[in-house]
Write a protein of this length. Structure first.
Lengths: 94, 90, 322
């Protein structure tokens, strides 16, 4: 039976890889931002899976605090990216 | 006995969710899908909550579950109404 | 719950995550992509709850799925409609098919390497974990929720800097200018939804702020809920999204950093060191800082959503229809 933390950790790595690949290859800016967000979730998942120590023990709160911070930073970075994209479109007049 | 009733209610709720999801995937246009989704999800969700309320440890937890049910019910009713309206407009 | 059913649930969750992420990245239209991403965010919140991270789950449900989705969808709304259906191809692309293959292969190799490290490294000993240190110092922190203790006491410095990052992003957005044209629709259903949802969101935000001291919750979750209240107001026809204007708004924007710096300097000048709270007042100080941090986070997130400061003349008196 595969350990729960390892299962989620590997999923996190897979999500981060999918997101990173799409970030590099995707031409459309909105979807690029979406890919960056998916990459971020993958990394968060790896961290939370590392913090998880089983159903009976409390998980590591330091990593939880880091991920909590990361989620808020991710949404503000996405908003900044969208604002830049909007500005670019306004400027191009498209 | 209570356990069995609760299990039955939860399974019935899941069945409604499954049928609603099949409707969402199979039905041809937006209005049909909304119809399938709202009907089955509201009922399925209600049955699920009812089943869980029978299993909850104390009254406070049961009341919280009831509150969740009311919230989801009103929010999903309003949201699906809005979706239907906007699709009609554009 | 026995082990078998838990791991069955785990496998379902993992498959749902990967499939939704793949579908969001591959969907034919941008709109489908974004809606699939919102669903992905909700499943992610379930995963956090499963991995015993309730604080993170609350934040993810409100921010990762809710606010990010709202941001992306409104960005889509400013585009011509045919473009949101067909993904355009005029952006930057790296070196044709072979570049594509090269990137895919190298990303896969890196992922395999990290995956190998996870597989062999993660079951390692408990040694070196910070959880033990947090647990043993928890009594000194003034709160009993370990995540809040880390965020607002042990590593308060990091949270201060994070609020600075948020402010920097917000200043970037505001100085880019040209916020969206407001899409205010007056609709009886949206208005009635706003009528009961907004007070409820504000009440829940207050509860989250208060309960964060000893149970899952805290400034980030409360701020996200307040921001959600603002977004609902804006969607239901209030152009200013419930925000104040002018100087008051700007003071709110910096209030989180302001209170942090004030407290830090106060403890510093009192000879204790930067942000080293006196133990007797730690709980109260944390609540005070969290209160202003909540307001600052909420205002920042609403402004991120609006894209620009609301103007004075757009304000309509409460209760009247714009």
């Amino acid at each position: 039976m595969i350990d729960t933390g390892v299962l989620y950790g590997l999923t996190g790595v897979a999500l981060a890889a999918m997101g990173f690949r799409a970030t590099l290859l995707e031409p459309e800016v909105i979807r690029k931002l979406l890919a960056i967000n998916i990459m971020g979730v993958g990394i968060f998942l790896l961290m939370i899976a590392t913090a998880y120590t089983g159903p009976d023990t409390a998980a590591d709160p330091v990593l939880h605090a880091l991920v909590l911070t990361g989620i808020v930073v991710a949404v503000s970075a996405t908003a900044l990216g969208l604002a830049l994209e909007r500005r670019r479109r306004d400027k191009d007049g498209s | 006995m209570l356990d069995w009733i609760s299990t039955f209610l939860i399974l019935a709720g899941v069945a409604f969710f499954v049928s609603g999801t099949i409707g969402l995937l199979r039905l041809p246009d937006l209005y049909c899908r909304l119809h399938a989704l709202t009907k089955s999800d509201n009922l399925g969700h209600g049955l699920l909550i009812l089943g869980l309320m029978l299993r909850s440890d104390d009254l406070l937890t049961a009341l919280k579950l009831l509150l969740i049910w009311i919230l989801v019910l009103t929010a999903s009713a309003a949201a699906s109404q809005l979706i239907a309206q906007y699709s009609g407009r554009s | 719950m026995n082990t078998l059913s838990w791991s069955f649930l785990d496998i379902l969750l993992v498959i749902a995550l990967v499939l939704l992420a793949g579908a969001a990245l591959r969907a034919r239209s941008l709109r489908q992509s974004i809606i699939l991403f919102i669903a992905f965010g909700l499943v992610t919140a379930l995963v956090w709850a499963r991995l015993r991270a309730p604080d993170v789950a609350l934040a993810e449900a409100a921010i990762g799925a809710g606010l990010t989705g709202a941001l992306l969808l409104t960005a889509l709304r400013n585009r011509p409609s045919e473009e949101s259906r067909l993904v355009s191809n005029n952006g930057m692309r790296w070196g044709g098919r072979w570049g594509n293959v090269a990137i895919t292969v190298s990303v896969s190799l890196v992922a395999l390497g990290i995956g190998w490290a996870v597989l062999y490294g993660m079951n390692d000993t408990q040694s070196g974990r910070l959880a033990g240190q947090v647990g043993s110092a928890l009594e000194l922190s003034g709160v009993s929720n370990p995540v809040t203790a880390v965020l607002l006491n042990f590593r308060a410095y990091d949270t201060l800097l994070e609020l600075a990052v948020l402010l920097a992003a917000l200043l970037g957005i505001l100085s880019l200018g040209g916020g969206r044209a407001t899409h205010c629709t007056v609709d009886p259903i949206a208005t009635s939804l706003r009528g009961w949802l907004v007070p409820l969101l504000i009440l829940t935000a207050g509860y989250q702020l208060w309960v964060g001291a000893h149970a899952p919750g805290g400034a980030f979750q409360a701020g996200a809920l307040l921001a959600a209240a603002g977004v609902v107001q804006h969607l239901a026809g209030r152009a200013h999204a419930g925000l104040p204007v002018g100087a008051v708004l700007r003071v709110l924007m910096v209030s989180g950093i302001g209170i942090f710096m004030t407290m830090g300097l106060w403890t510093f000048l009192g000879g204790r060191g930067f942000l080293a709270y006196p133990q007797r007042w730690a709980g109260e100080l944390i609540l005070l800082i969290e209160l202003f941090a909540t307001l600052a986070i909420a205002v920042t997130l609403i402004l991120c959503y609006l894209g620009s400061e609301p103007e004075r003349r757009r304000i309509t008196p409460a209760g009247s229809k714009p």
